[in-house]
Design a protein around this ligand. Structure first.
Ligand SMILES: O=C(O)C[C@@H](O)[C@H](O)C(=O)CO
Length: 273
């Protein structure tokens, strides 16, 4: 199996707490992004002390209370499933703090991390704060919820966005990359993709490749999988009949998303619709 594809592996941390994914610097090629998926049963409490990392807690599904021990946000989360296709609530917690999440209902939570030194205020990012974008034409249409974009200065490094791609469409397409710290042309950002499919037996294809093809992997991605993008272009193709959801976490030395399209495929954007 590809080194860039991580399958869900449920491990029970304690009663009512399941770690479904844990992407760390130790088990991945990534240096700027770490990522977890945690499932909580109603009433279960998950606690963490961050150290030199910042964290964006995304209420993927279900309702929860989140506290950093100074501020508490009760009953956050807006949907039963990501496929309700409405934005959700998130909480940003800075480095050298701790947090606790208590599930009000059965909940799935994404924890998005990046190394961070400078403490910033804890912030509730309400569903209504998400910037909503409909991108693309033809079979390149997707719906984007900007949770923590580079225009929002609430974080030191983290960028977080969720994307819906309808059946028989493509996203992160035409293929683009952001793996050179060479502004203003391009920024260096690592990225993770957490994928879900509706219906859940679906699959998508994701290719991760560099110009010289020293990296060129095409993965069959199923419901709940995580794809790691340390570098390279990373398009996603969705088969007919299935809707794709993914949550992207990006981070790098500079908090700016400046991508570079694959010149071979940029003509896709130049067609008249
Ligand atoms: O517009 C899209 O298709 C989504 C992508 O931009 C995705 O968020 C990504 O690749 C970020 O680098």
């Amino acid at each position: 199996m590809s080194q860039l594809l991580q399958k869900p592996k449920e491990s029970e941390l304690s009663q009512g707490i399941k770690i479904v994914h844990e992407v760390t610097q130790e088990n991945s090629p990534l240096k700027y992004v770490e990522f977890k998926i945690v499932d909580l049963a109603p009433g279960a409490k998950y606690e963490e002390t961050l150290g030199k990392k910042e964290c964006c807690i995304v209420a993927l599904a279900g309702k929860m209370n989140v506290t950093d021990k100074e501020q508490t946000f009760n009953n956050i989360g807006t949907r039963d499933s990501v496929f309700d296709k409405i934005p959700t609530d998130s909480v940003y917690v800075s480095n050298d703090r701790s947090f606790e999440i208590e599930a009000v209902s059965q909940a799935r939570i994404a924890l998005c991390y990046s190394p961070s030194e400078k403490q910033l205020p804890t912030k509730l990012i309400k569903a209504s704060d998400n910037g909503i974008e409909n991108r693309g034409t033809r079979n390149n249409k997707r719906l984007v919820h900007n949770i923590l974009p580079d225009s929002d200065p609430s974080a030191n490094s983290l960028l977080v966005v969720e994307v819906y791609t309808e059946s028989a469409n493509w996203s992160s397409y035409p293929p683009h990359k952001h793996d050179r710290d060479h502004l203003p042309e391009e920024s260096f950002l690592e990225e993770t993709y957490y994928h879900e499919l509706n219906p859940r037996q679906g699959f998508v294809f994701q290719r991760v490749y560099t110009d010289d093809r020293s990296l060129d992997e095409t993965m069959t991605v199923e419901n709940g999988d995580v794809v790691l993008v340390p570098e390279g272009y990373h398009p996603v193709g969705v088969p007919e009949g299935y809707t794709s959801y993914y949550l992207n976490v990006m981070a790098g030395p500079k908090r700016i998303w400046k991508f570079h399209n694959d010149p071979d495929h940029e003509w896709i954007l130049e067609r008249k619709s």
